[in-house]
Design a protein around this ligand. Structure first.
Ligand SMILES: Nc1nc2c(c(=O)[nH]1)N[C@H]1C(S)=C(S)[C@@H](COP(=O)(O)OP(=O)(O)OC[C@H]3O[C@@H](n4cnc5c(N)ncnc54)[C@H](O)[C@@H]3O)O[C@H]1N2
Ligand code: MOO
Ligand SMILES: [Mg+2]
Length: 398
């Protein structure tokens, strides 16, 4: 059977991205959400001529005319209404964050003068307009400070707070269920019998999705065709996205492709020319998309990271692909006509991100992922990769 290529699978998956619309969330809960509409400045940034140093405010003209001593008229602190300098040869003490007083246009730091009997004596040179952060210098009221399709992080949350966006418009997230299958799997709390293992893959995938603020539900099904069909049928009515894990290969109890077919999910591809993750199945029924990932832990992780995350990013309106590259630290040979996701340790050599291969014991060896930070994508057209060759990298975390 002809295997679907990684390139073709990527195209199909991205073509099936879905826009879930917009919702409003409290700005304090908007971290890692995607902005749906521009966030507009309600005031200038900064909103007034802002003093940037503790000291005194004077008029440049008085200094230019030779004035070097200044009588202190008053003290303007942050949070006070604006003072006015009445004698243009005098000064007002000012604190960082205060409004620059009317009739003054520069600020001199305490370090640059002494005060004796209420009179300031300068001991440093002064520049026109120094130590003032001018109104509207950063951004003007009415302009979009943050554009739609921005992933909101700490600085963006500060902007939202500053413009009074108590609730921010963000892209809605799909509801996602992760369905595990396998009679060998037991819950994390249980002590497995000799022939059993704890279900772990799905927690890796669920954690990956948490980076995008998606909280998944979990469903477990036994290796039984009618139970599998029933679970898929229920999930299709309750969730936007189904991520299945396991049961997609050639085994006697690998019922997932059959059950998806009988429940009316159209198969877009099954089996890719890649390693690991070859038996990956992807399909759609109306607005439900279904990612049926191979059960081996490294395989399910590779597929979730390489295909589900780009699908999600495209659905949310942010760039789908990472487009990050690393250079191989050593020659590497992969003798198979498949795209290979090579586990690598990442390190920096000067300005270059380097990738050192550390393969482990195949796609069942998820402990090896602990020692690695990403998968290097080796295209299927080649078998020999030279030290220094630059290839796409899919990092696990940040
Ligand atoms: N004759 C063939 N056999 C296999 C092929 C093949 O092409 N021909 N492909 C192999 C590849 S590649 C993979 S990957 C696996 C995929 O298997 P399934 O998707 O059918 O997954 P299962 O059989 O259910 O499980 C495989 C493996 O993964 C473990 N697993 C499953 N779910 C979990 C979980 N939630 N947590 C932890 N571990 C899990 C499961 O116990 C098995 O060890 O098939 C190969 N076989
Ligand atoms: O590709 Mo399977 O995904 O090798 O273990
Ligand atoms: Mg199997």
């Amino acid at each position: 059977m002809e295997l679907t290529t990684v390139t073709e699978a990527t195209r199909i998956i991205l073509e099936n991205s879905i826009d879930y619309g917009t919702e409003y969330v409290p700005f304090t809960d908007a971290h890692q959400r995607v902005l749906a509409e521009p966030l507009v400045a309600d005031r200038d940034f900064p909103p007034f001529d802002r003093v940037t140093m503790d000291g005194i405010a004077i008029q440049w003209q008085s200094y230019a005319n030779g004035q070097r001593t200044f009588l202190i008229e008053s003290t303007q602190t942050a949070g006070e209404t604006q003072h006015t300098l009445s004698d243009s040869n005098a000064c007002i003490e000012v604190m960082t964050g205060a409004m620059l007083p009317i009739n003054t246009d520069l600020v001199i730091r305490y370090e640059d003068f002494t005060i004796k009997d209420g009179i300031v004596h300068l001991n440093a040179d002064v520049r026109e307009g120094q130590n003032v952060h001018y109104q509207g210098e950063d951004r003007r009221a009415g302009t979009a400070i943050i554009q739609p399709h921005t992933l909101l992080g700490p600085p963006e949350i500060a902007i939202a707070a500053s413009v009074g966006a108590v609730h921010v418009p963000v892209k809605k997230l799909p509801s996602v269920v992760i369905i595990t299958s396998g009679d060998e799997l037991v819950a994390v709390e249980q002590i497995p019998l000799p022939h059993q293992i704890r279900s772990s893959n799905v927690h890796c995938i669920a954690t990956l999705l948490k980076d995008y603020r998606i909280n998944v539900d979990f469903v477990h099904i036994p290796d039984d065709l009618s139970a599998t069909q029933q679970a898929i049928q229920n999930a299709l009515t309750q969730y936007d996205v189904l991520i299945l894990c396991g049961g997609v290969s050639q085994g006697k109890k690998d019922f997932i492709p059959k059950a998806l077919q009988t429940e009316g999910v159209e198969k877009y591809f099954h089996k890719l020319s890649q390693q690991p993750g070859k038996p990956f199945w992807f399909g759609r029924k109306n607005n439900n998309v279904v990612f049926a990932l191979p059960g081996n832990p490294v395989s399910s992780f590779v597929c979730a990271r390489r295909y589900f995350i780009p699908w999600l990013r495209k659905s949310l309106g942010i760039p789908a692909m990472d487009n990050i590259y690393a250079a191989l630290s050593d020659d590497y040979v992969y003798n198979s006509p498949l795209t290979y996701f090579l586990q690598v340790q990442l390190f920096q050599e000067g300005a270059t991100l380097m990738a050192r291969p550390l393969t482990g014991h195949g796609s069942g060896d998820f402990a090896n992922l602990i020692d690695n930070q990403g998968f290097l994508e080796l295209p299927k057209e080649k078998n020999e990769f030279k030290k220094g060759e630059i290839l796409p990298i899919w990092r696990y975390g940040y």
